[in-house]
Write a protein that binds this ligand. Structure first.
Ligand code: TRP
Length: 330
């Protein structure tokens, strides 16, 4: 096992879909077997959009239960809730003073909000709260607080990790070596994970398959995958088929090769192919789904895991923030 520290934050925004699972969660769980991993539910990061505490709490449980049900090794990985660690608020506050405002102006998420306002002819900052504007500072605090070496993120979050690196550099330059410089690791390309309509699976296209949906819903979704109008007899190209693209991630290599051959040979209709896909997915997901449902019915058990994680996370957070306070305030 490497002694590098991996850190990952999961924003509690509701049930992830299969694309999130294949692209992010699955590699994360694999990685947590090799590295000491801090894994937290980023509930403070949800505050800039979700203003209902019940929703935040529910989504936090969902995210935690999901990671537990998918088999994160809780001995190796420290699973906790971001808001449980007081040092995060403290570090966030002091980092403001070494963060150039111009850096925040360049953040993709803020720029996207501004561009939308400009396009709509409204004030550039309409609907932008300081939580959105300073989001990268809070994320920097997350990353630096746990002495992270490696931060695996999707391409959309890469800039934030680079900001964390920049801010750590400014800090070290001003106050002496205090922080490690984190490295973003962009997930190896799992290829495009297509959604029901063949476009990239994404909430914004409304074409997703929820990861741990009840069996009936999973089946219904799979059956709704859009195909071309080839007859069962006609040979088909697996590489352009959403069914095959998803199957690849749930079956063994031999099964995948066999499935591809059935496409090419002809004689297999899309209905049959979808049923096979559903069965493979369900075989992989049925166990985690049952465990997820069990946990969601027992929030006290989730709380206990998060409390244990918070305790372990805090001992690192306290040490880091102690260094920061001494460096900045003497
Ligand atoms: N901003 C990330 C997202 O939207 C979640 C996150 C918060 C995070 N803090 C982090 C990810 C620290 C990695 C490291 O997905």
């Amino acid at each position: 096992m490497s002694d590098k520290i991996v850190l990952t934050g999961i924003k509690p925004t509701g049930m992830p879909h299969l694309g999130n699972y294949i692209g992010a969660l699955k590699p994360l769980i694999e990685r947590s077997k090799q590295y000491k991993t801090f894994m937290f539910i980023a509930d403070l990061h949800a505050l800039n959009t979700i203003h209902d505490p019940k929703v935040i709490r529910e989504h936090t449980y969902q995210a935690a239960a999901m990671m537990m049900a998918l088999g994160v090794d809780l001995n190796n990985a420290v699973l906790f809730r971001q808001s449980d660690i007081v040092e995060i608020y403290q570090l966030n506050t002091v980092l403001m003073n070494v963060t150039p405002k111009g850096l925040m102006n360049r953040a993709h998420s803020y720029k996207a909000a501004m561009d939308k306002n400009i396009a709509n002819g409204t004030d550039v900052d309409a609907g932008v709260n300081m939580g959105l504007y300073t989001y990268p500072i809070l994320m920097t605090a997350d990353i630096l607080l746990y002495d992270s070496d490696i931060v695996p993120v999707g391409a959309d979050q890469k800039q934030h990790v680079e900001f964390a690196r920049d801010i750590a550099g400014y800090f070290n330059h001003t106050y002496g070596e205090t922080f490690k410089l984190p490295e973003p690791v962009i997930g190896e390309d799992t290829g495009l994970i297509p959604g029901l309509d063949g476009r990239k699976m994404s909430k914004s296209y409304d074409n997703t398959i929820p990861l741990l949906a009840p069996e009936k819903e999973l089946k219904k979704k799979v059956m709704r995958i859009i195909t071309d109008s080839k007859t069962p007899e006609e040979p088909k190209d697996p590489d352009t088929s959403t069914i095959y693209q998803l199957y690849k991630h749930f079956a063994t290599e031999a099964e995948v090769a066999e499935f591809a051959e059935m496409f090419r040979r002809g004689g297999m209709g899309y209905g049959t192919a979808k049923t096979m896909l559903f069965e493979k997915m369900n075989a992989v997901l049925a166990g985690p789904r049952a465990e997820y449902e069990r946990l969601m019915a027992n929030p006290a058990e989730i709380e206990a895991v998060l409390a244990n994680g918070a305790e372990r996370a805090r001992s690192v957070a306290q040490a880091t923030f102690g260094r920061v306070k001494k460096a900045m305030l003497g």
